[in-house]
Design a protein around this ligand. Structure first.
Ligand code: PNS
Length: 165
């Protein structure tokens, strides 16, 4: 029997800023879920380079062509936000074994808090397995080239925010 149920998932993160690795996962998620809500943590503790508003604007622009992708902000517990949205799943990316331990801990804690919300792991394309927002900012700020690793809007915003040698 065909599954006619509408399935919504959330893709949470700090997105400071969105990378092509994130975008790759968003595209994969948008293909298997009916709706994907990219959920940006306010996260003042992490002292982000970009404000919440800037992170959301970049995400909206980078995902504009995907009609079933929405962007929203959250604070507090992720599972509370998932429930508020009516999401059946939390999508997370795993790039390498090193991601696995932290992701497993989070997934199992989230399951304990909200057993009805399933965590789904996906792998980005191999060419993005080394890409992280933290590393890209570091490379950019030290004058390295990151053009093919972030959406154009991110490069424009980085250039506007920080001039590098
Ligand atoms: O992009 P990140 O920084 O790896 O994303 C981490 C995120 C936002 C998924 C995680 O920090 C989170 O879910 N924070 C919300 C608070 C929460 O629910 N904490 C308990 C997680 S088990």
């Amino acid at each position: 029997m065909p599954n006619t149920q509408f399935t919504r998932a959330i893709f949470p993160g700090t997105f400071d800023p969105i990378t092509n690795g994130h975008l790759d996962l968003i595209e994969r998620g948008a293909r298997i879920f009916d709706e994907l809500i990219v959920s940006v943590l306010r996260n003042p503790d992490k002292n982000p380079l970009f404000t919440l508003k800037e992170r959301i604007e970049m995400l909206r622009e980078a995902t504009a062509e995907h009609e079933n992708v929405k962007v929203d902000a959250f604070d507090g517990l992720l599972v509370d936000f998932a429930r508020e949205c009516g999401a059946a799943a939390i999508l997370r990316g795993i790039r390498a074994i090193s991601d696995y331990e932290y992701e497993l801990q989070m997934a199992l804690m989230n399951r304990r808090l909200a057993p009805e919300v399933e965590t789904v792991f996906m792998m980005p394309a191999g060419r993005y397995t080394f890409v992280s927002s933290r590393l890209l900012k570091e490379v950019y700020l030290l004058g390295g080239k990151i053009d093919d690793l972030v959406p154009a809007v991110v490069l424009d915003r980085l250039r506007a925010k920080v001039a590098v040698p």
